[in-house]
Design a protein around this ligand. Structure first.
Ligand code: ZN
Length: 127
């Protein structure tokens, strides 16, 4: 049995049951609030970028349009961040589709063009 256990929040020596990780409820709550706050902040930041990316794709690809080609810079100017996507799919001819929820985009030509596609039903399986 480890007799030198310390509280994960304040670092003080813990007394009591051998499986205790915190000195009391206050320390346990502080610890979990700190961890959750950090995680939540990161998740909110990424979700915010993904939502903006989706909004931009939706704005250029109306409901009645399946796909279109556009300038990569045209998306970037609107605030699109190409490093953020929900998942990916390798298609034919070496095409790689970056997904943002029900939309996908793939670089075409010399990489300065982007094909944006709307997937109204089932998404391709995750890889
Ligand atoms: Zn403590």
């Amino acid at each position: 049995m480890n007799n030198n256990r310390t509280c994960q929040q304040c670092g003080y020596t813990i007394r009591g049951r051998s499986d205790k990780r915190f000195c009391d409820d206050t320390c346990r709550n502080k610890y979990h609030n700190r961890v959750n706050t950090t995680d939540d902040h990161l998740i909110r930041q990424v979700n915010s970028v993904l939502k903006r990316n989706r909004r931009i794709l939706k704005s250029i690809c109306p409901d009645d349009m399946e796909y279109l080609n556009c300038e990569k810079n045209g998306l970037a100017v609107k605030g699109f961040q190409f490093g953020y996507h929900t998942h990916g799919y390798s298609g034919e001819k070496g095409m790689y589709y970056h997904f943002c929820y029900e939309f996908s985009y793939a670089f075409i030509g010399e990489g300065d063009q982007v094909m944006v596609r709307r997937h109204p039903k089932i998404l391709p399986s995750l890889e």
